[in-house]
Design a binder for this molecule. Sequence first.
Ligand SMILES: Cc1ncc(COP(=O)(O)O)c(C=O)c1O
Length: 365
Amino acid sequence: MKLTSLTESLPATVPFVGPEAQERARAAAFAARLGANESVFGPAPSAIAAMEDAARDAWMYGDPECHDLRHALAAHLGVAPENVVVGEGIDGLLGYLVRLLVEPGRAVVTSDGAYPTFNYHVVGYGGTLHKVPYAGDHEDPDALVSRAREVGAGLIYLSNPDNPMGSWHDAARVQEMIDALPEGCLLCLDEAYADLAPPEAIPPLDVRDRRVIRMRTFSKAHGLAGLRVGYALGHEDLIGAFDRVRNHFGLGRVAQAGAMAALADGHWLAEVRARVAQSRDAIAAIAREAGLTPLPSATNFVTVDCGRDGDFARAVLGGLLDRDIFVRMPGVAPLDRCIRIGCGTAADMDALRAALPAALRDAGE
Ligand SMILES: Cc1ncc(COP(=O)(O)O)c(C=O)c1O
């Protein structure tokens, strides 16, 4: 076997160690699964019914053009089907986007501590990553744009709202960033949490604008992370280019049917939004009761400032894991003074409320 020299040079890392791997290593299941920004509230009952129906037809490949889902998304968003590509979650689409735009020697800009799967793809295609620091727990649009100008980057990544901090910029700030992009530089605007964000965080959708591609997903508010369905919205020339590289049978029949039904179920979406808002408040209250500082969030998690350095936050996280609460934390300083706690059910919140003070005591509060 001879790996390519690019593959040979890659670090043997994965962006995330899954909770299942952690459970195997601990030889114990988690009692509360609050670490992967999933929606514990689950998919819409109507989506479950549609997936059950589609399961009987799973002997057939899914439609490689994802025609019905693409058309439904286009109608829902008021754009043409040519402006929509669906794929295996935002993660899969980020891989395709990077494959389209990045090759060895090309510069790409992101924030230090932002979503690691993007970085994983850039490194995987041989690109050179440039990282700028967060400013006040927000990704910094000005710094991203000026670094892109400095290094001649063709691609910038911004997640709005942001993971792992839960922070967001308003639409005007994002639009200013788009207007300030260097010539020929594309903004990948990751809107994984758009369905959970206040409307003023989401700039109007303008698919005629060649400077930006937007990524969205059924994994968060729609509660379908296990299906792997995401979509990208943008100019038809860029969206059309995905057909050159995408896995045309990547989205199975069950996934296409489940996503279609979820999209049509506005009632469930409203219900999930309400439950997420309630749970954000519960996490913030639990954090405050324990003497910690919850950060404002426009997502389905709350990032909690543990008030000291990364070692302390890692110890708190360890204490929660020891008490069967699965949570994660940002990977780099100064963001790693925080832990990130996903929204959950009332039972999840009770488990968190019981575990957090003891985890803090263990950490040497
Ligand atoms: C910013 C961001 N982008 C993308 C994803 C992954 O989305 P998907 O499940 O559609 O691959 C996540 C999941 O946590 C995320 O936080």
